[in-house]
Design a protein around this ligand. Structure first.
Ligand code: PEP
Ligand code: MG
Length: 321
């Protein structure tokens, strides 16, 4: 309802009742780099590194990756960037060999752990680039704590190897994408071993509601405001809070102002989205009270259907703002 001009400053964003919200950019293509600066993103909440596979027609070398990650770190500045490990497979970059059900196949961290040399090369490139700026690593499609442990062991081995070789490297924290139902249900355990969470609402909706995110036939079943989705987000953010680890919400959901209000109500203080969406979301969140957003979110979590949640949000937002 707010008609004030779009807000493109990168001053800290405060809600009416003084809560600080961080708005970061999701990034994939070099064409989007300019937007990170222009729209005042506070760093890069998700760098989809698998894009490099299409650019290089296959696996990019360590040096190619290093150059890109240094560029990303410089672009992100003091807020830093989360480099997601290659989310190859699924509906994204095709992994080798056809799979009957790619969304449930060799995707994300599964692909990385299966092809360990690819994973080690990427870890080395990030560790080295982290000497030049603030970079963290995010594991895509985590469905079991063992994947975090294995990835951490490999990160540590590569760190030691760089040290032995006398090469420069920087500190890198290890986060887990929470985007499949088992990760939500096990969030408390994952939070005890991940350095941070990154909530991927696109895949979370897909896997929670069993709706192929790229299939138009079932688009009407893809409901970001389904109570099951909201409960999952709430639970995940609570687990992160209890374990005192940061959590960034980086699905496209955060880019819709009304949804961003609900996310803040569910406990999110760190949102990442397509850079061009940041000004709109910033303008909305500047005019809300967290106290009120929380009431709306908790009411939504108690609804029985997605229709009910949508109607509730429409009404409450019209009343409040
Ligand atoms: C997500 O799943 O919500 C996400 C942020 O990652 P991607 O869209 O690249 O799968
Ligand atoms: Mg995803």
């Amino acid at each position: 309802p707010d008609l004030s001009p779009l807000d493109v400053s990168n001053e800290p964003l405060l809600t009416l009742d003084g809560a600080e919200i961080t708005l970061r950019a999701n990034l994939e293509l070099p064409a989007e780099y300019e937007g990170v600066r222009r729209y005042g993103a506070q760093g890069i909440g998700l760098y989809r590194s698998e894009f490099l596979w299409s650019r290089h027609n296959g696996q990019p070398t360590e040096e190619e990756q290093y150059a890109v990650y240094v560029e990303i770190a410089e672009l992100a500045g003091p807020y830093g960037a989360m480099v997601r490990l290659f989310d190859v497979g699924g509906d994204k970059i095709k992994a080798r060999g056809a799979e009957r059900n790619p969304a449930l196949g060799l995707r994300g961290i599964r692909f990385c752990l299966r092809h360990e040399e690819i994973l080690r090369t990427q870890m080395r490139a990030v560790l080295r680039a982290a000497a030049r700026g603030h970079l963290n690593v995010v594991l895509p499609m985590v469905s079991d704590l063992v994947e975090i442990r294995r990835a951490r062991a490999i990160l540590e081995e590569e760190r030691q190897r760089l040290q032995r070789e006398g090469k420069a490297f920087g500190p890198v924290r290890l986060g887990a994408m929470i985007e499949v139902p088992s990760a939500v249900l096990m969030a408390e355990k994952l939070a005890s071993e991940a350095d941070f969470f990154s909530l991927g609402t696109n895949d979370l909706v897909q896997y929670l509601l069993a709706v192929d995110r790229s299939n138009d036939q079932v688009a009407e079943w893809f409901r970001s405001l389904h109570p099951a989705v909201l409960r999952s987000i709430h639970r995940t953010l609570e687990a992160a809070r209890a374990a005192s680890i940061p959590a960034v919400v980086c699905g496209e959901m955060a880019a819709t102002p009304a949804y961003a209000v609900v996310l803040v109500g569910l406990g999110a203080r760190d949102l990442s989205m397509t850079a061009s969406s940041i000004p709109r979301v910033r303008r909305t969140l500047r005019h809300i009270e967290v106290r009120r957003a929380r009431e709306i979110a908790l009411e939504s979590v108690g609804c029985a259907t997605a229709d009910e949640v949508e109607e509730l949000i429409r009404q409450r937002l019209a009343e409040a703002w």
